[in-house]
Design a protein around this ligand. Structure first.
Ligand SMILES: Cc1cc2nc3c(=O)[nH]c(=O)nc-3n(C[C@H](O)[C@H](O)[C@H](O)COP(=O)(O)OP(=O)(O)OC[C@H]3O[C@@H](n4cnc5c(N)ncnc54)[C@H](O)[C@@H]3O)c2cc1C
Length: 134
């Protein structure tokens, strides 16, 4: 990869990983900077270690559970909704299952598999680099 970057993302949490993936999908050269020795640390503890990835209900129902300023999220959730997230994960090898309340988890019950899938998408793209301990 050349030194020229289009996008620099600070923080390799769930948000930073998804920002990197979206930028790469747009053909950008991306550098992700993470201060820890690994990315997605918080994802490992989500859903009691299983990561409740999303919910399988229609996206319009999500707004019933947002208390304040739900309009703020319309654009984000309709641009990249739960179905598109699941398509991204499935097409990159993560199998998911739907449980009570339409909650979606990895079949493996391992949150680490979600992190691995997101990282794998980034690491296998020649336009990406991740700098750790930075
Ligand atoms: C106990 C618990 C359970 C949860 N369960 C779920 C769940 O099942 N499903 C769900 O969807 N959500 C769940 N959440 C919420 C979810 O974890 C968060 O919404 C999500 O992880 C937030 O991601 P983020 O990228 O915004 O922030 P973070 O995960 O906090 O990521 C920020 C990243 O930026 C890095 N960073 C910060 N400052 C710098 C800097 N100056 N330079 C470089 N790097 C920096 C940090 O090291 C970190 O890696 C849960 C949260 C908790 C606490």
């Amino acid at each position: 990869m050349t030194n020229k970057k289009d996008v620099i993302i600070i923080g390799g949490g769930a948000s930073g990983l998804m920002a990197a993936i979206s930028s790469l999908e747009c053909g950008k050269k991306v550098t992700l900077i993470e201060k820890n020795e690994k990315a997605g640390k918080k994802i490992y503890i989500t859903g009691k270690g299983r990561c409740n990835v999303t919910n399988n209900k229609d996206i319009s129902e999500f707004f019933d559970h947002i208390m304040k300023n739900k309009e703020f999220l319309y654009s984000a959730l309709y641009t990249f909704d739960n179905k598109r997230l699941l398509e991204l994960l499935h097409s990159n090898g993560l199998k998911t299952k739907v449980e009570r309340g339409d909650r979606v988890f990895p079949v493996s019950d391992k949150a680490s598999d979600v992190t691995k899938t997101l990282l794998n998408i980034i690491n296998t793209d020649k336009n990406s680099e991740i700098l750790y301990n930075t």
